[in-house]
Design a protein around this ligand. Structure first.
Ligand code: SF4
Length: 462
C-alpha cells in the first residue's frame, strides 16, 4: 500500500503539485512521505517518516525547484518503517543517478538483491529497481524496459533520471497508475483522485507492462512487457484500498462499493431495524445494503477521524477502552436489531470489539455483513494485512467466525457478487487472497523484515 505521483511541468511549482498529489493519496500510506525533483538533470529529494503535512512545510517545498517531480507515500510491505526505507530513494549507479517511488512488492527481490552484487542502502525491495536502472548504460527507456523484464511481482513505479520522468506498471498491473494532463503537461498518479486535486484531466490508465517516459522532447510510450491476460488489478483496491472518488479501470469505486452492498442484501437478507456502516470503508456498501433492503441507514457508530496509525498507547487499565479512541456508538442503537456493514474481516479483533460495543450500547441483535468474501491467504503484491495463521477465516467456517466475533449472524458477499459489482471480468483482476490462486509464483520467504534479518546476519559474520 503506497501512493505514487509524478509530473513534468516546466514553469510550474512541481514540488507543490507533488505535495498536493500526495495529499490526495495519503490513504495509501501514512508511514513516510517524500518528494524528489529534477532540475537540469540534478536530483534533490526530501523524505521522512510521517504524514505528508508533517514531512513538508513551505520552507522544505520552496527548496525543491525543478521541472520534474515525483512523490511517494509509504506503507511498508517489505522492510521496516525506518527513515532509510522512506521514498523516493536515490541511487547512484555506474550509468546514472535514479530517484524512484515504488508501489507493490517484488516476489524475486532476494534474487535481484543478490544479483546486484553490492550492498544497498535500504532494506526495502524498491532500491534494487533503482540500482538496476542506474547501472544499465543503455539509454534511459531501454534501461528501464530491461529492468522491467527482470522484475517479478507487483511494481508500479515512478522515477527520475537523465532529466526525464518515467513511470511503469508490471505486466499484471497489480497496482493502479493513471496518466493525466495538466494543460499539456503529463501527470501520473496511483489514483485519479490525485489528478482531480491538482486540476489535471484523466487521460487514461497506464497499461500493464507499459512504460511512459516524459522529457523536454515529449512523451515516449513503450509497451515494454507483454501484458498478462487482461491484467491482474488487485480486487482489494475495489472493496477497500482505493479512495471512493477514484475511477479504477473506468469504474468509480464508490459506485462499485454501493453495488457490493446491494448484492450483499440480496444474497444475505436479514430482518432488522437499522443498517449502519463500520466507518469509513464500510460506508458505501452500507448505503447499498440499506437501499436494496429498505432498512433505514444510520451512522450508528461515530468515528474519530484524527486517530492516526501511531498513537500513544493507553495505560493498561484503559486498554479495553482502546477501541473507543476510534469509534463510539449513538444512543439510537439501543433496543434495535442492527446490521453492521464492513468491507472485510482480517484478524477479527476489531469486528469483535465493535460487535461488543454495539451490544453494550443496548442493541438487541447485531448482524454483521461483509462486502467481500473471506480473506484466507496473504498478499505478496503490496498489501500487508496479515500472515495466514493470523487470518480468522483462513481455517474457520463462517459460523466459527460468527461465534468468534460474537455476532447474531454473519454473512460475506460471494466472489461472484463481488466480481459483478466491479464490472470487470475475473480475468482482469487478482483475487488471490480470496481464492489462493496466485497469478505468479510466490516467494519462499515473504516475511516483511527478511532483508533486515539478512543484513543483521551479514553484519554478524566476521
Ligand atoms: S493477493 Fe489480494 S490484496 Fe494482493 S494483489 Fe491479489 S487481490 Fe490484491
Amino acid at each position: 500500500m503506497c501512493g505514487v505521483f509524478g509530473v513534468h511541468a516546466p514553469g510550474r511549482d512541481v514540488a507543490r503539485l507533488a505535495y498536493f498529489g500526495l495529499y490526495a493519496l495519503q490513504h495509501r500510506g501514512q508511514e513516510s512521505a517524500g518528494i524528489a525533483v529534477s532540475e537540469d538533470g540534478r536530483l534533490t529529494a526530501v523524505r521522512d517518516l510521517g504524514l505528508v503535512p508533517q514531512v513538508f512545510d513551505e520552507r522544505t517545498l520552496s527548496g525543491l525547484q525543478g521541472d520534474f517531480a515525483i512523490g511517494h507515500t509509504r506503507y511498508s510491505t517489505t522492510g521496516a518503517n525506518a527513515w532509510e526505507n522512506a521514498q523516493p530513494l536515490l541511487h547512484h549507479g555506474r550509468a546514472r543517478t535514479v530517484a524512484i517511488g515504488h508501489n507493490g512488492n517484488l516476489v524475486n527481490a532476494a534474487q535481484l538483491r543478490e544479483a546486484a552484487g553490492k550492498p544497498l542502502g535500504s532494506t526495502s525491495d524498491s532500491e534494487v529497481i533503482a540500482a538496476l536502472i542506474a547501472d544499465d548504460e543503455r539509454p534511459l527507456s531501454q534501461a528501464v524496459a530491461a529492468t522491467m523484464r527482470r522484475l517479478e511481482g507487483a511494481a508500479t513505479v515512478v522515477g527520475l533520471a537523465d532529466g526525464k520522468l518515467f513511470a511503469f506498471r508490471d505486466a499484471f498491473g497489480f497496482r493502479p497508475l493513471v496518466l493525466g494532463k495538466l494543460g499539456d503537461d503529463p501527470v501520473v498518479a496511483s489514483e485519479s483522485c490525485a489528478l482531480d486535486l491538482v486540476g489535471a484531466e484523466l487521460d487514461r490508465e497506464i497499461r500493464p507492462g507499459e512504460l511512459v517516459v516524459a522529457g523536454d522532447d515529449g512523451l515516449e510510450v513503450v509497451q515494454a512487457l507483454e501484458p498478462a491476460n487482461s491484467g491482474a488489478l488487485c480486487i482489494f483496491e475495489f472493496f477497500y484500498l482505493a479512495r471512493p472518488d477514484t475511477r479504477l479501470a473506468g469504474v468509480e469505486v464508490h459506485g462499485a462499493r454501493v453495488r457490493m452492498g446491494e448484492r450483499l442484501a440480496a444474497e444475505s437478507p436479514v430482518e432488522a431495524d437499522l443498517v449502519l456502516p463500520i466507518p469509513d470503508s464500510g460506508t458505501p456498501a452500507a448505503i447499498g445494503f440499506a437501499r436494496a433492503s429498505g432498512i433505514p441507514f444510520s451512522e450508528g457508530l461515530i468515528k474519530n477521524r484524527y486517530v492516526g496509525r501511531t498513537f500513544i498507547q493507553p495505560e493498561q487499565g484503559m486498554r479495553e477502552q482502546g477501541i473507543r479512541m476510534k469509534f463510539n456508538p449513538l444512543a439510537e442503537v439501543a433496543g434495535k436489531r442492527v446490521v453492521a456493514v464492513d468491507d472485510s474481516i482480517v484478524r477479527g479483533s476489531t469486528t469483535r470489539q465493535i460487535v461488543q460495543m454495539l451490544f453494550d450500547a443496548g442493541a438487541a441483535e447485531v448482524h454483521v455483513r461483509i462486502s467481500s468474501p473471506p480473506i484466507v491467504s496473504p498478499c505478496y503484491y503490496g498489501i500487508d494485512f496479515a500472515s495466514e495463521d493470523e487470518m480468522i477465516a483462513a481455517d474457520s467456517t463462517v459460523d466459527e467466525v460468527r461465534a468468534a466475533i460474537g455476532a447474531t449472524s454473519l454473512a460475506y458477499l460471494s466472489l461472484d457478487g463481488l466480481q459483478a459489482a466491479t464490472r470487470r471480468p475475473a480475468s482482469a483482476l487478482c483475487r488471490a487472497c480470496l481464492t489462493r490462486e496466485y497469478p505468479t509464483r510466490i516467494p519462499a520467504d515473504a516475511a516483511k523484515l527478511r532483508f533486515e534479518r539478512a543484513t543483521a546476519r551479514a553484519r554478524a559474520t566476521p
